[in-house]
Design a protein around this ligand. Structure first.
Ligand SMILES: *Cc1c(COP(=O)(O)O)cnc(C)c1O
Length: 286
């Protein structure tokens, strides 16, 4: 993990070529002047591209081991943008234990556009296999899931999706790239609510998406620019700052959560504890 720790601690460090600023500048500019008549600038309008956002997008892409990153105004904006890859008539298989907002997006918004969903326990690959239909175009999983912490095999889902030419999508909010990098398993799209562990300070709402495939990146670039739910530069900077301490925070929160879960195991009023205990722990002693 040393390499990841170091990468995180150095997020955004001295990346401004103009000034050498150690902390990345926040570019509060809606538009950018062209360099001259007929000469275009890399940046011209901040919905399309903003330098502070680019910094965050490149950072999350690198951390997830992908090629293209996208920053959105919220986790739900990110999920909505991903869903715009699909068209009426498409069917998706989705983890039945799922963040409430994502469930609502499928049942109350996407259903209106004739995008249909089957919710199954994706931890059981046989249930996934049984749910496939001729029009199945995507599988979306949370692993571990929110709130029941069910675990789905990234490899099984990735292999299944490749075999059937289905887009695989993973909500990596609970693990963050510090603990889990779904693209390494061949997953097509990984996304986050950056509002949670990645931001880490309860001061920003954010969504992040990373892909490796250029064809999907091109479509997401078009969707992000056209529908416009981008993350503002100030918020991008807050997320970049939050990322620097991600390794430390994740280690400590796991330590604390494990202690809490252990003490609940011993509590007379508690019959079930849903927690991903370390495989090294001997649960028989509880
Ligand atoms: C919070 C959350 C979301 C939604 O993200 P917002 O930033 O609140 O829009 C999506 N997935 C999971 C697992 C979450 O916990």
């Amino acid at each position: 993990m040393t390499q990841m720790d170091t990468k995180l601690a150095q997020v955004g460090l001295s990346t401004d070529p103009n000034t050498g600023a150690v902390s990345p500048p926040i570019y509060h500019s809606a538009t950018f002047a062209n360099k001259g008549y007929g000469l275009t600038n890399d940046y011209y309008y901040s919905r399309v591209k903003n330098p502070t956002r680019t910094q965050l997008e490149d950072t999350i892409a690198e951390l997830e081991g992908g090629a293209y990153g996208f920053a959105f105004a919220s986790g739900m904006a990110a999920t909505s943008a991903i869903m715009q890859l699909f068209v009426p008539g498409d069917h998706l298989i989705v983890s039945e234990d799922l963040y409430g907002g994502t469930h609502r997006l499928f049942t109350q918004i996407l259903s209106r556009y004739e995008i249909t969903t089957t919710f199954v326990d994706t931890a059981d690959i046989n249930k996934v296999k049984e749910s496939i239909m001729p029009n199945t175009k995507g599988i979306l999983i949370e692993t571990p899931s929110n709130p029941m912490l069910r675990v789905t095999s990234l490899q099984e889902i990735s292999d299944f999706c490749k075999k059937h030419n289905i887009i695989s999508i993973v909500d990596n909010t609970f693990m963050t790239p510090y603990l889990q990098r779904p693209l390494n398993f061949g997953i097509d799209i990984v996304y986050h609510s950056g509002t949670k562990y990645i931001g880490g300070h309860n001061d920003v709402i954010c969504g992040l998406v990373v892909v490796e495939r250029e064809d999907i990146a091109e479509k997401l670039t078009f969707i992000q620019n056209t529908t416009g739910a981008v993350l503002g530069p100030q918020d991008c900077w807050l997320v970049l700052r939050g990322l620097k301490t991600l390794a430390l925070r994740m280690d400590r929160q796991q330590e604390n959560a494990q202690k809490l879960a252990e003490s609940l195991l011993n509590h007379v009023a508690v019959s079930n504890v849903y927690y991903l205990f370390s495989p090294l722990m001997n649960l028989d002693t509880y």
